[in-house]
Structures are given as structure tokens and as C-alpha cells.
Design a protein around this ligand. Structure first.
Ligand SMILES: Nc1nc2c(ncn2[C@@H]2O[C@H](COP(=O)(O)OP(=O)(O)OP(=O)(O)O)[C@@H](O)[C@H]2O)c(=O)[nH]1
Length: 370
């Protein structure tokens, strides 16, 4: 899912970044990477806070609290290593938040060092909402608050040894609600912002890969699809409208545009599964077919060619027919995509030279048609 930082980035700044981002490449920042950074920073801060506090608690004779804090410090270190080697921020988030709930409740219950335990719990809402999202985060923080209310008003916890007045307990609770509220607003706006960002980036990606006139993949979209294809054998059918210039010249550019859109519709409705169609250039279409034999790909080109030949194009007062020429080639283990594209182009040229409105699938030196 993520790529490691490259070795040429081994400068002091990059080493620091590698440390903070747990080794994840930050060439493109995503929500996952943001989470890794925050969890990692939390783990680092966690070690620096909980370890000294743990030692101090042990020295003050608060053995259970001290051991617990040191355990949390160790957990933060382990968490960093897990994040560093697996980049699994969901697991790491769980390792942070659940021990944190327990630690905070224990600090509250026991009063912590000199009754200061409750001062630490304000970090809980922000972390819970960040790690678990609004819905689950609010449910967990709600349960956490209920536990606080129970400890404060309905238990005989050590907390009561410090004799806090009811007004203080109520203010602790109210200020905790304020932190929950502010954290919720922040988390809500951040997640909305991230959703909008994802949405925009998907739309941009789609626009970058789609031809605006026909709605088919454009050249770049088709190239990307071909590059990531898992099929070993891909048949390439390169089609070009015959004498398209005369359509523009005789009927106008708008009619030319209509022909390209109508052609795309005819192509799209004919395409079988595991195939893609694209507008490769002006009046050129590249179709890619997988999971079929070379003969079947050739026959498909012929069916489509005859379908277009028989189709009546009607626009305003104009009514006319057009034809397509095809060059067909196959990319396989021993023929690269580029080579197959070149062959398809040469064969299309052969089909044109041989008189147009035909499909050429053989490498020829002199005009030859199937
Ligand atoms: N209307 C319209 N015309 C386009 C578009 N893209 C390219 N063309 C036109 O397509 C025509 C292609 O002409 P040529 O390359 O001479 O090819 P042709 O007339 O089809 O002739 P052959 O391919 O040799 O059969 C040019 O007139 C371009 O202006 C487009 O998006 N819309």
C-alpha cells in the first residue's frame, strides 16, 4: 500500500521525516499517511510522558500506577515498531486508544499523583474521535463519560479521598463536555474536508482519463488501463473513420462531432466483457480485447465495421453513411504493447491503402487485405 522512502532521501531532514512518518513515503499525502503521522507522534509523546511519570510514581510508592505507566510507555515503543514495519494504522490506533481509556479511568479512579489524575483525561475525546471517526468515537467517549460520572458520583473510589467539592466535579464534567463538543466539530470538519478532497481528486482523475466529446477513455486513460492489465494477451483494434475530413467539410464541424459521439455509442454498445474502448486521437479509436482468441478479435472488428457501414447517421437535415478501417494486432509475452500498437497502426495504414472500409490483421510489405 505504501512505498518506502528512497535511499537518496537519506539526509538528516529525511531521516527525521522517515522517523515521524514511520518509514512511509510522503510523496503524495493521503488520509492514511496523516493518520500514521498522528499515531506515531502520539506514540513518541506517549513515551516521553508516561515513562518519567511511571518512574516518578514508582518512587512515590504508587507501584500499580507506576507499572501501568511504564507498560504504556513500552506499548508506545512496540506500537512505533508495528507501525514502522506494517504501516497498519488501524491496529496501531487500537493499541493506543484502548490502553489510553484504561489508563485515564485508572488515573481518575485512583486520583493519580496527589489527586491530579483527572487533569489528563481531556486528551481522550480528540484522540478517540480522530482514531475511530465521529460515530464510533462519540459512542466510546460517551461510555467513557458514563464511567467518569459513575466514579465521581456513585462509587467509593480512592478519588473521593481528595474530598473534591461537588462544584469542582460538575465543572470537570462540563469542561469535559466542552472538549468533546470542540473535538467533534474539528473531526467533522476534517472528515468533510477529506471527503471533499477525495471526491475532487476522483473527479479530476476521471476527467484526466476521459474524452469530453465521446465519454470514452482518452489516450492517457487507455494507456494506463493497458499498463495495469493483468492479461498476458491483449488484442488491439485500431479503427479510423474513412474520409472524415469530407464529413466536416460537407456538413460542418458540429456534424463531425455528432458522428464521433454516435460512433462511440455504437462501439460501446457492441463491446464485450473484458474489453475497453477509447478515443485514441481525432477520428481514431483504439479498442482492447482480452480473454478472446485472435480470430474472435478479428471477427469482432468485422462485425463492428459492418454495423457502422449499415448505420444511418442522421443530424438535422443531413443523412449519410460512413465507414471504418481497422488495423488489428496482438500484444503477448513476446510482443510488447508498444510493438503491438505500432503493428496495429501499420495494419490500419495498409487497410487505408487497400481501399478503406476493411480490417487488416497481417504484417504486409505491399498492400494486402484480409
Ligand atoms: N468534427 C471534428 N473533427 C475532427 C476532430 N478531431 C479531428 N477531426 C478532423 O478529422 C479529420 C481527419 O482528416 P484526415 O486525417 O485527412 O483523414 P480522413 O479525411 O479521415 O481520411 P482517411 O483517414 O485517409 O480516410 C480532420 O479534418 C480533422 O479536423 C473532432 O474532434 N471533431
Amino acid at each position: 500500500m505504501f512505498t518506502e522512502l528512497r535511499s537518496k532521501d537519506e539526509l538528516p531532514k529525511s531521516i527525521l521525516l522517515r522517523f515521524f512518518y514511520a518509514g512511509v513515503s510522503i510523496d503524495t499525502l493521503s488520509d492514511d499517511i496523516r493518520r500514521i503521522l498522528v499515531i506515531n507522534l502520539f506514540a513518541i509523546v506517549g513515551v516521553f510522558f508516561t515513562f518519567p511519570l511511571g518512574v516518578s510514581s514508582l518512587l512515590q510508592g504508587k507501584t500499580l500506577l507506576g507499572l501501568f505507566l511504564i507498560f504504556i510507555a513500552l506499548l508506545c515503543v512496540v506500537n512505533y515498531l508495528i507501525l514502522r514495519y506494517t504501516h497498519n494504522h488501524i491496529l496501531s490506533g487500537g493499541l493506543i486508544i484502548y490502553p489510553l481509556y484504561i489508563l485515564m479511568l485508572y488515573l481518575f479512579y485512583s486520583g493519580g499523583v496527589d489527586g491530579t489524575g483527572h487533569t489528563w483525561m481531556y486528551c481522550v475525546p480528540a484522540i478517540a474521535l480522530f482514531l475511530n471517526g465521529m460515530k464510533r468515537g462519540l459512542i466510546e467517549v460517551g461510555l467513557f463519560t458514563l464511567a467518569l460520572v459513575f466514579i465521581m458520583f456513585f462509587s467509593s473510589a480512592e478519588f473521593h479521598a481528595y474530598d473534591y467539592p461537588v462544584s469542582l466535579k460538575l465543572r470537570v464534567l462540563m469542561s469535559f463536555f466542552v472538549v468533546i463538543f470542540l473535538s467533534s466539530i474539528y473531526e467533522y470538519s476534517m472528515s468533510r474536508y477529506n471527503e471533499d478532497l477525495k471526491d475532487i481528486s476522483q473527479k479530476l482523475k476521471l476527467a484526466a482519463e476521459t474524452d469530453a466529446l465521446t465519454g470514452l477513455l482518452n489516450r492517457r486513460g487507455m494507456q494506463q488501463r493497458l499498463e495495469v492489465s493483468t492479461f498476458n494477451t491483449i488484442h488491439l483494434l485500431l479503427a479510423d473513420v474513412d474520409y472524415f475530413k469530407t464529413v466536416n467539410d460537407e456538413y460542418g464541424h458540429d456534424v463531425g462531432d455528432y458522428v464521433l459521439s454516435e460512433l462511440s455509442r455504437l462501439i460501446t454498445e457492441s463491446m464485450p466483457e473484458n474489453s475497453s474502448a477509447s478515443r485514441w486521437g481525432g477520428e481514431e479509436f483504439l479498442l482492447a480485447m482480452c480473454n478472446v482468441s485472435g480470430q474472435e478479435a478479428y471477427e469482432f472488428a468485422e462485425v463492428l465495421r459492418k454495423k457502422v457501414e449499415a448505420h444511418e447517421f442522421v443530424y438535422a437535415e443531413f443523412s449519410f453513411h460512413i465507414t471504418l478501417s481497422f488495423g488489428v494486432a496482438t500484444s503477448a509475452d513476446d510482443v510488447s504493447l508498444n510493438k503491438a500498437l505500432k503493428q496495429a497502426d501499420n495494419r490500419l495504414y495498409s487497410a487505408k491503402r487497400a481501399g478503406r472500409n476493411q480490417t487488416c490483421r497481417a504484417e504486409i510489405k505491399s498492400p494486402h487485405v484480409d
